[in-house]
Design a protein around this ligand. Structure first.
Ligand code: OSB
Ligand code: MG
Length: 375
């Protein structure tokens, strides 16, 4: 393929309700959408990708404005160089960029757009490309920190009434044991798990052990991103299975964490690890080592939400993913909203990774566009 042009659209999407985690409260999602115009086998196609970086480097080191900068300054020129001999494919995007360190979310957005363009040209869906057998995946929801327990219980009741099959509660100091107890008492049988987004240290081990009473599927990333060894120590002190999110930024880190006994379950976010293809490597490794995986979310728009459903349909995904409906976060999406039916999200069957965004809605929601010409 020859990439002609990359456009980076920053959209401003108001959330239907604030989403609060241990690192802060979000009222608006600034989504970064990649529109890639390319020639694939003589056809001009447009590929779409999404970069999941937040506004600030609080979940990962990347942030939206930095992503735009690194793509303009380094990633796009490197792809321009790599495609000069005509050998670039979506599978070669990540290898072409490997000499530039880090910036995995930026790379993931470019790889997704290239893969979308390539699959559109071939008339193949992402599910077919991955060889998935399932046509739908269980839909689960991530519930933010609330101001009060009654308000949390209301929100959880609403999601369960919509058919979501598992609930994840965000926790932090001062919002952990009691809210989890309240939800467990209200719903004795609901599959339940918690996510701390690095809020604790090993000194909190005795406190966190209280969570073992609530029959949780897992505890996600209680300690800092770099604390893989400490997660292994904590895992030995708790009966709740240890899950890593932030710490697993590559297949190598996944292997380290498995080897050290730091992880029993891995949250694979394709964006965090540099793209769907690196994510697939983690899935394959985990499967060969008997480690369960599930697909995380980053408040995706319709550009990445359906692709995540296809990704999560691979055999090793044995736990429900944070793949909820568009309406869980947004009143308006840029594609046809993707909503669960009977608690399941359909694996898209259209060619490419996603439905082409509506130009009208895209333009209406765009705050800023940066255009980069490559060839
Ligand atoms: O840790 O999984 C996380 C959202 C932003 C940053 C980090 C996380 C999340 C979520 C949301 O939990 C999951 C979703 O998109 O449904
Ligand atoms: Mg998480």
């Amino acid at each position: 393929m020859i990439i002609r042009r990359i456009q980076l659209h920053t959209l401003e999407l108001p959330l239907v309700a604030p989403f609060t985690t241990s690192f802060g409260r979000m009222d608006v999602r600034r989504a970064l959408i990649v529109e890639m115009t390319a020639d694939v086998d003589g056809k001009e196609v447009t590929g779409w990708g999404e970069v999941s970086a937040l506004e600030q480097p609080i979940y990962s080191p990347e942030y939206r404005a930095g992503v735009i900068d690194v793509i303009q300054r380094f990633l796009a020129p490197t792809l321009a160089e790599a495609q000069r001999d005509g050998s670039l494919t979506a599978e070669r995007v990540s290898p072409a960029l490997v000499k530039l360190l880090g910036h995995r979310m930026a790379k993931a957005g470019l790889e997704a757009a290239a893969l979308d363009a390539q699959l559109r040209a071939a008339g193949q869906s992402f599910g077919e490309y991955l060889g998935v057998k399932r046509d739908r995946v269980p839909s689960a929801v991530s519930v933010g920190i609330h101001d009060s327990i009654p308000s949390l219980l209301d929100a959880v009741d609403g999601y369960l009434a919509e058919g979501y099959q598992r609930v994840k509660l965000k926790i932090k100091h001062g919002w952990d044991i009691e809210p989890v107890r309240a939800v467990r008492e209200a719903h004795p049988d609901v599959p339940l798990q918690v996510d701390a987004n690095t809020a604790y240290t090993l000194a909190d081990a005795e406190h966190l052990r209280q969570l073992d009473a609530f029959d949780l599927l897992l505890i996600e990333q209680p300690l800092a991103e770099d604390d893989i060894r400490e997660h292994a120590l904590l895992a030995r002190m708790m009966t709740t299975p240890m899950c890593l999110d932030e710490s697993v930024v590559s297949v190598e880190k996944a292997a380290d964490a498995i080897e050290l006994g730091a992880v029993g379950i891995i949250n694979i976010k394709p964006s965090r690890v540099g793209g769907y293809l690196e994510g697939k490597k983690i899935h394959d490794l985990a499967q060969s080592r008997g480690i369960a995986v599930w697909c995380g979310g980053m408040l995706e728009t319709g550009v990445a939400r359906g692709a995540n459903a296809a990704f999560a349909a691979q055999d090793g995904f044995t736990l429900p993913g944070d793949i909820s409906g568009s309406s869980r976060f947004y009143k308006e999406d840029i594609t046809t909203p993707l909503e669960p039916v009977d608690g399941f999200m359909a694996v898209p069957t259209l060619a490419g990774l996603c439905e082409e965004p509506s130009r009208e809605r895209l333009e209406g929601l765009t705050a800023e566009t940066v255009t980069i010409d490559l060839a």
